[in-house]
Design a protein around this ligand. Structure first.
Ligand SMILES: [Zn+2]
Length: 224
């Protein structure tokens, strides 16, 4: 075994910082970072029957149904060694059905911990609704950290704007959907004794230290 072998799920509201923290944890513990997007893309690229089904949903922009998501994850675990070598799941499970099915898929390689990155809704609204992006190069700004000249990109001179899905209404909607789907998942892992709440407010490296402290305090590497 190369990595630590730890098996983790990272939960958190959209905008809570999972996208920053998951790759850092993956590097720190030497385990695969599996986001649903990556797993979907791999299945599509391999052209497996499940991959083709996934592609149909992605092409039409529809949500991939639970049973197909689970099949993709199951097939992904079957081919490689992430069950033995460890992994961090990001963006999955998204529903209670997926969480329950994941337990079946993992079978005798159960999750070690489920980390819930806790950030208040108000804070997320401020983070995302204040975000402004250069339409030309994608450089990211914030109403509290503006470009030097008006709303002109410091990097390339392009226009800096608010993306449609970053408006307060759009973010509030995403958060509501997340809340509805995730509260049952949090209860589920809480009952299994695997849930750890971690304060997700602060600089990226501060939050990472908190996560690592929680993981190291609860997980013994070298378990069979
Ligand atoms: Zn730019």
């Amino acid at each position: 075994m190369n990595g630590s072998g730890v098996r983790l799920v990272l939960l958190g509201k959209p905008g809570a910082g999972k996208g920053t923290q998951a790759p850092l944890l993956s590097a720190h513990y030497g385990v695969q970072h599996l986001s649903t997007g990556d797993v979907f893309r791999a299945a599509v690229a391999q052209g497996t029957p499940t991959g083709l089904e996934v592609k149909r949903f992605l092409d039409t922009g529809e949500l991939v149904p639970d049973d197909i998501v689970i099949r993709v994850v199951d097939e992904h675990f079957a081919v490689g060694g992430p069950l033995e070598d460890g992994f961090i799941l990001d963006g999955f499970p998204r529903t209670l059905v997926q969480a329950e099915e994941l337990e079946q898929v993992l079978a005798d390689h159960p999750l070690d911990l489920v980390l819930n990155l806790e950030v208040a809704t108000e804070t997320i609204l401020h983070r995302i609704a204040g975000r402004r992006v250069c339409i030309n190069c994608g450089a990211s700004y914030h109403v509290t950290a503006r470009p030097k000249v008006n709303w002109t990109c410091d990097v390339c001179g392009g226009d800096v704007v608010q993306r449609d899905d970053d408006t307060e209404a759009a973010v509030a909607n995403r958060l509501e959907v997340y809340q509805r789907q995730t509260v049952p998942i949090i209860d589920f892992y809480c009952k299994l004794g695997k849930l750890v709440e971690v304060d997700g407010v602060g600089e990226g490296d501060e939050v990472q230290e908190r996560l690592i402290k929680e993981i190291d305090g609860r997980y013994q590497p070298g378990r069979s």
